[in-house]
Design a protein. Structure first.
Length: 498
């Protein structure tokens, strides 16, 4: 019945293009349009704090946006739902396609920065707050439907509504629809492919937090082992460890450039930095070396991987004096329903099993059977930074491999799913690696041509200026130096097996 209603709504929308203000009266299933506004070029006004910044990111700049139609709506698929969405549609120069953008952490706000980037490039764009406005997990208390909205329903409902809104405004369906997300957005991306395979033609999943019960368990565990003894590593020593890792392993890929092409080839032992006298900033105590070893190892292969060598600069994310809020709140509110739960009593084997039983079916997105998504030509582009200090990069490798195996191996899956591991990149962006690359353009070309990308051109910028280019290679290939020319020029590298 739901599908029938949506089809009717789309059919009505396709009758003719609409003015923006007329969309205020657009009839959508269990939805109310709350804003339909023409926005002149460069004159978008958002409430203070609506577009929060993240560490290392420039402040949002909406001055370069084209004239657009901005539509906001509230979706209530259940009595307990309150899902806010926005759809931005350029008045001229539309490329005929829709790009939906994902969220980070607990969401709670619409990704205006990502909407702006999409519209500036000619896309119609859609985003959601996932059904709440809180920045912590406290929103789940007494609101089970809000948890379901956050976990998977809000993005799907946004997708249906945004397609109808876009069709109504332009008088025709979007030629293609794509989803683009990283971290929580990466989980949303894989959730869409698994639960709603017909929603999108192509999906981008970056640094996917798709195994949250295990991921957040591993994050809690990392802080626990850091603070249970005298092994806490002060941030002043992160650079010490990172430098030692590079000295030991940087040249393994044939190029000394401050980046590990595949850190799994590096077996640096933190014991090499043991103090030979009193503790100081130039060495590690035995307890600190043991903590570093455990951070690399993780809580166990069957639970979740550890962080890779090369990620040390960002260890404050998980190895600080208290747990990452997202991780602790997952267990406080979603698993044990106790805001006073003590992370120091965490038992990874016992408590992660409890988490899987309690909420795993709702939150985990690990189903490797993507055949329904691929059957209609859907393409999945995954990426992850090898130096990610928050989500172990091997998690993406593990999921990618599980999909390959389910499809019958690399030859049968290569034109449906590709994984690009980014040497030196941190969580979704940043770091010493070539973290700047055209994800959505690569995916669109792949979908339109039905030819998977053999590599993705990528660059690194310092103060806005490109100072290095490299090809990003489809896993398990990596970039190999040809032996001559600048090692900062992508033309001197080739993608090949290790």
């Amino acid at each position: 019945m739901r599908y029938f209603v949506i089809v009717i709504a789309l059919s009505s929308a396709l009758a003719a293009a609409s003015t923006c203000d007329s969309l205020a009266k657009l009839a959508l299933p269990h939805a109310t349009v709350t804003l339909a506004q023409d926005v002149p070029a460069g004159q978008l006004n958002l409430p203070p704090g609506a577009a929060p910044t993240f560490p290392g990111a420039p402040p949002p700049n909406f001055g370069n946006l084209p004239a657009m139609c901005r539509v906001a709506a509230t979706l209530k698929p259940t009595a307990g739902s309150d899902i806010k969405i926005e759809v931005w549609m350029p008045m001229t120069g539309w490329n005929g396609k829709l790009e939906s953008v994902g969220n980070g952490a607990w969401a709670g706000s619409i990704g205006y920065r990502d909407l702006a980037a999409a519209v500036a490039d000619g896309w119609a764009a859609a985003g959601t707050d996932t059904g709440h406005t809180e920045t912590t997990a406290a929103f789940v208390v007494g609101h089970p439907e809000k948890l379901i909205d956050f976990a998977y329903r809000a993005v799907h409902e946004m997708t249906l509504a945004s397609k109808a809104i876009t069709a109504a405004y332009y008088g025709k369906n979007s030629a293609r629809a794509y989803f683009n997300g990283c971290s929580t957005g990466g989980r949303q991306a894989l959730t869409e492919a698994q639960r709603y395979p017909d929603d999108y033609d192509g999906i981008i999943a970056g640094a996917a937090a798709n195994y949250p019960m295990h991921l957040q368990g591993a994050q809690v565990w990392t802080t626990q082992i850091t603070n249970q003894s005298d092994g806490y590593i002060p941030p002043a020593k992160y650079q010490l460890i990172h430098k030692a890792v590079l000295e030991a392993c940087d040249a393994l890929d044939g190029v000394k450039d401050g980046v590990l092409e595949d850190p799994r080839r590096c077996h640096f032992d933190p014991q090499a930095l043991l103090c030979k006298g009193p503790d100081n900033d130039k060495c590690l105590t035995a307890a600190q070396a043991e903590v570093a070893r455990k951070v690399y190892a993780g809580p166990g292969a069957s639970i979740f991987p550890g962080l890779e060598r090369g990620s040390e600069i960002g260890w404050a994310t998980l190895s600080g004096p208290k747990p990452m809020a997202l991780a602790a709140e997952t267990y406080q509110y979603l698993v044990f329903h106790n805001p006073n739960w003590d992370y120091l009593k965490f038992d990874p084997t016992r408590d992660i099993a409890t988490a899987d039983q309690e909420i795993g079916a709702t939150m985990n997105s690990i189903d490797p059977d993507l055949k329904p998504f691929f059957k209609h030509g859907g393409k999945l582009l995954m990426y992850h930074g090898w130096a990610d200090p928050g989500i172990a990069p091997q998690n993406s490798v593990n999921y990618f491999t599980s999909v390959e195996d389910t499809l019958g191996g690399e030859l049968k899956s290569a034109n449906s799913i590709r994984l690009f591991m980014v040497p030196g990149m941190g969580h979704c962006r940043g770091g010493d690696g070539t973290d700047d690359f055209d994800k959505i353009g690569t995916l669109d070309t792949w979908v339109e041509s039905n030819k998977a990308p053999d590599y993705i051109p990528a660059s690194h910028k310092t103060k806005g200026a490109v100072d290095r280019t490299r090809p990003l290679c489809p896993y398990p290939q990596s970039a190999h130096y040809k032996g001559s020319g600048s090692t900062d020029d992508a033309a001197n590298f080739v993608c090949a097996a290790q």
